[in-house]
Design a protein around this ligand. Structure first.
Ligand code: FMN
Length: 173
């Protein structure tokens, strides 16, 4: 059973997690914007997506490639400021087909945001978001940035990959 990692990110943290997962699993890593990012060639998929303004940046690529994604074992890792929980689950449900969400495994990873990497208008959008946000911790993160990158958080993913590979190897399953 061969698999691959397809990721969509903007500021580097999703790419960093994808590379760490690639090292840990020996699976190839593709940016979804690369010409050779073809999920139809693989038996199982690891999809990685950043979350920007409540949306998964991989959503359009998933829609375009749905025929090659659904009905395969899929692990989704999200990279966001928000931790795992109902907010994040709601954004995923809004962005991906329900059939895919019900069959896939999800691992929530937390990313990084450095205000100095952002354009002035993106900083402005975040300031408006912070102004509307009634969670004081999230408000502070939107204004000042954060760095939650942690390589050890990918740990469940190589384990899930092993499960996919061993269930295929075992004739009784
Ligand atoms: C403009 C902007 C909007 C964001 N919106 C959200 C959001 O709605 N929810 C969230 O949890 N994190 C949000 N974040 C945090 C990102 O998910 C986080 O910085 C992530 O690491 C970005 O991934 P990337 O470096 O691969 O682009 C936002 C970050 C930026 C810059």
């Amino acid at each position: 059973m061969n698999g691959a990692i397809f990721f969509s990110g903007q500021y580097g943290s999703t790419a960093q997690y994808a590379d760490w997962i690639g090292e840990a699993t020996s699976l190839p890593v593709f940016d979804v914007n690369a010409a050779n990012a073809d999920p139809s060639k693989y038996d199982f998929l690891i999809l990685g997506s950043s979350v920007i303004i409540y949306k998964l940046t991989i959503r359009k690529w998933v829609k375009r490639n749905l025929a090659s994604i659904e009905n395969k074992p899929v692990i989704l890792f999200t990279v966001s400021g928000a931790p795992a929980g109902s907010k994040l689950d709601g954004w995923i449900a809004d962005c991906l087909p329900a059939t895919l969400v019900s069959q896939m495994k999800h691992v929530a990873l937390r990313g990084r945001m450095n205000p100095e990497d952002l354009s002035w208008w993106v900083r402005m959008i975040l300031k408006i978001g912070a102004w509307k946000n009634d969670d004081p911790e999230a408000k502070q993160q939107e204004l000042e940035g954060f760095d939650f990158m942690d390589k050890s958080d990918i740990e469940p993913i190589p384990k899930l990959v092993q499960q996919f590979q061993s269930s295929e190897a075992s004739p009784s399953q």
